[in-house]
Design a protein around this ligand. Structure first.
Ligand code: A3P
Length: 306
């Protein structure tokens, strides 16, 4: 089983791959395979040297994983093409029908320090990460672009619940009914814990505005010191264009019937402000009014345009 590529494992899983229903875990809707394996996920004990990259889905996880892998490997492009993103940096909670390996299966086979991805909201992250004082990077993306990206992703990820029409999808997002729950609670949960837990809280919009500044910020947080020319190379290698063309970063490793990139590519647009192409003025008004209410208790400096 361990010798199978993702692609082969997906072929073998065959008919058991479908749009999985969501089951609430402590109030958070998660894919049934995750919910059914919840105890083993919650019991996961990281090593103190492990790094957590946490995001709400579609906030820039893959981009950050690539930057971190390159930082840890001195900007060596070839080393960072050793395997596709989910093999280099496993997705903690993901569980799919066998023989597709779960995140925990992959983590068991790796020696620390590991770079571990999660979409879990703060309160569902296994407590060992905080007890062991693991470093953690959180990436947040403005709600409207995050929603647009998630909509396209749910169209092409054939294991996620059917997105349905755009108008209804906006309301599901506002009500926290999508996989991994409420965007509002997610971004707030990590924001409130960032100082106590030493979480590096980043914004997708800042990364787009000045990728070099943000790569350097991540480097300092990881207590690394790399020469300027290596930083320049990392910025270049992690541009949207280069990652879109990189088979080890563009999720071509996960073919249909899981990711159908003919519906929408994983590396779709990579922009700030694409929401203006999707929201009608009326939808934007309703969304903004609801946003004010949901975010009134906190001041997180999101930008919907740069
Ligand atoms: P879009 O759908 O808006 O294009 P995640 O990795 O969390 O699933 O996020 C995916 C989103 O990040 C997609 O957004 C994708 O295009 C974008 N993305 C991935 N790599 C990027 C990069 N190097 N630069 C900018 N955006 C990137």
């Amino acid at each position: 089983m361990s010798e199978l590529t993702y692609s082969e494992a997906i072929q073998k899983a065959g008919n058991s791959i479908t749009r999985f229903p969501l089951i609430p875990v402590r109030g958070i809707p998660l894919m049934n395979h995750i919910a059914n394996n919840w105890d083993s996920i919650w019991d996961f004990r990281p090593d103190p040297s492990d790094l957590l990259i946490a995001t709400y889905p579609k906030a820039g996880t893959t981009w950050t994983q690539e930057i971190v892998d390159l930082l840890f490997h001195n900007g060596d492009a070839e080393v960072c093409k050793r395997a596709p993103t989910p093999m280099r940096s496993p997705f903690l909670e993901i569980c799919s029908p066998p023989p597709i390996p779960s995140g925990l299966d992959l983590l068991k086979k790796m020696d620390p320090p590991r770079v571990i991805k999660t979409h879990l909201p703060f309160q569902l992250v296994p407590t060992g990460f905080w007890e062991n004082k693991c470093k953690a990077i959180y990436v947040a993306r403005n709600a409207k672009d995050n929603l647009v990206s998630y909509y396209h992703f749910d169209c092409m990820n054939l294991t996620q619940p059917e997105p349905g029409p755009w108008e209804g999808y906006i309301h599901k997002f506002m009500k926290g009914e999508l996989s991994w729950g409420s965007w509002y609670d997610h971004v707030k949960g990590y924001w409130m814990e960032r100082e106590k837990r030493n979480i590096l809280y980043l914004f997708y919009e800042d990364m787009k505005e000045n990728p070099r500044r943000e790569v350097e910020r991540i480097m300092r947080y990881l207590e690394l010191s790399l020469p300027d020319e290596v930083i320049t190379r990392i910025v270049e290698l992690t541009s949207f264009k280069n990652m879109k063309e990189n088979p080890m970063a563009n999720y071509s490793c996960i073919p249909a019937p899981v990711f159908d990139q003919t519906i929408s590519p994983f590396m779709r647009k990579g922009e700030v402000g694409d929401w203006t192409n999707h929201f009608t003025p009326e939808q934007s008004k309703v969304f903004d009014e609801d946003y004010e209410k949901q975010m009134k208790d906190i001041n997180i400096p999101f930008r919907t345009l740069i």
